[in-house]
Design a protein around this ligand. Structure first.
Ligand code: NCD
Ligand code: ZN
Length: 347
């Protein structure tokens, strides 16, 4: 008996598309399956103002191949000099869906991020007033804090105080990697949600470090121990609408990953849906995949779910996932969960 699964077309609530030749190379990989994506603003230089976001949106739409239907949802990169009036205007124009907080130094291209939250309080107050969500990279950058503890410490020392200070601010805790993050989002009062990536559902730190170091599994926040991975899988498959998909698909050319000091980022746009169907089947929760990938995100951002659908079919033959995609910027390795995938996207 063939197994088929039809879902409303999914959206990706955390995606890196980059710019130029890389943008052209990776955009079709997302647009093939996803209707919309929240596009991260960590370009060099970053997407800071409404004008920056408009120009970047136009470059994305210009790079979209004819016949593909995809809407980029833009974000602004919060800096200590961001003007609240500019954020308000960009929101009023319908130009931006969220603002992104990178603690300075936390990850790829975050040098212009925020060092002192007190200096962005005016922007955050405006966002709370107009209902514009803040997407947060939830890690402290204090050198003394162990990299595996940086998310947990952030919850206690930054996120919880911030939310007590501004209880009306809508917050999305992005790419959750710990049970602490899951528990916080599940239980906290107020308007909070969390995204979970494809790769954090499929790998833990052993996959990255046992038997040799695998640079294509290195991302930030870094994968944690398996107990955390299991908490992520439980949350994603729980049906709780506070949790939804943000792939954090983050392309870097192989030369930047396979080197003595490799960049953080896993590129999973190409095979994310096959991976997710695999995980949800393992968790006996295929009926909850649509909520995670296609319903909870739009509900959180006040958008209608997509009306078009996508169909997956489980086949004996594995999905022919390419090892790499070729871009004008160079080859980019596709996330390999280490085993075959059998859920093919067929329509
Ligand atoms: C992202 C990137 O490459 O831009 N890298 C990553 O490991 N996830 C940045 C980020 O989201 O932290
Ligand atoms: Zn990211």
């Amino acid at each position: 008996m063939t197994q088929r699964l039809t879902l409303r077309r999914p959206d990706d609530w955390h995606l890196h598309l980059r710019d130029g030749a890389m943008l052209e190379g990776v955009l079709p990989e997302t647009a093939r399956h996803f209707a919309r994506a929240i596009v991260m603003p960590n370009l060099v230089p970053p997407v800071v103002t409404g004008d920056d976001a408009r120009a970047y949106r136009d470059r994305i739409l210009a790079a979209l191949p004819d016949g593909m239907d995809f809407t980029p949802l833009m974000t602004l990169y919060l800096t200590e000099t961001t003007d609240p009036a500019d954020v308000r205007a960009a929101h009023a124009d319908g130009l931006v869906t969220a603002v992104k907080l990178y603690p300075a130094g936390a990850t790829t291209n975050s040098a212009s991020g925020v060092r002192d939250l007190g200096r962005v309080r005016g922007v955050l107050e405006t966002m709370a007033e107009i209902g514009l969500p803040l997407c947060i990279h939830g890690e402290v950058t204090t050198p003394e804090v162990d990299i595996f503890d940086r998310e947990q410490v952030f919850l206690e020392t930054v996120l919880d105080p911030l939310r007590r200070d501004l209880p009306d601010l809508k917050v999305t805790l992005e790419h959750i990697t710990t049970s602490h993050g899951i528990d916080y989002v599940a239980d906290a009062p107020g308007d909070i949600a969390g995204t979970i990536t494809t790769h954090h559902l499929m790998i833990n730190r052993n996959h990255m470090l046992v038997g040799g170091i695998r640079p294509h599994y290195y991302c930030l926040p870094v994968a944690k121990r398996s107990t955390h991975q299991l908490a992520l899988r439980r949350a994603a498959t729980s049906g709780n609408p506070r949790f939804f998909l943000g792939t954090d698909s983050a392309p870097h050319v192989d030369a930047a990953k396979e080197t003595a000091c490799g960049c953080a980022g896993v590129f999973s746009a190409t095979n994310t849906l096959s991976c997710l169907a695999h995980v949800f089947e393992e968790e006996d929760a295929l009926d909850r995949l649509e909520g995670f990938a296609s319903l909870h995100g739009p509900a959180r951002y006040g958008l209608a779910p997509n009306t078009a659908t996508i169909t997956l079919e489980k086949r004996g033959t594995p999905v022919p996932v390419p090892a790499k995609i070729e871009t004008g910027a160079g080859p980019v390795t596709v996330f390999d969960p280490g085993h075959p995938l059998h859920w093919h996207v067929i329509a």
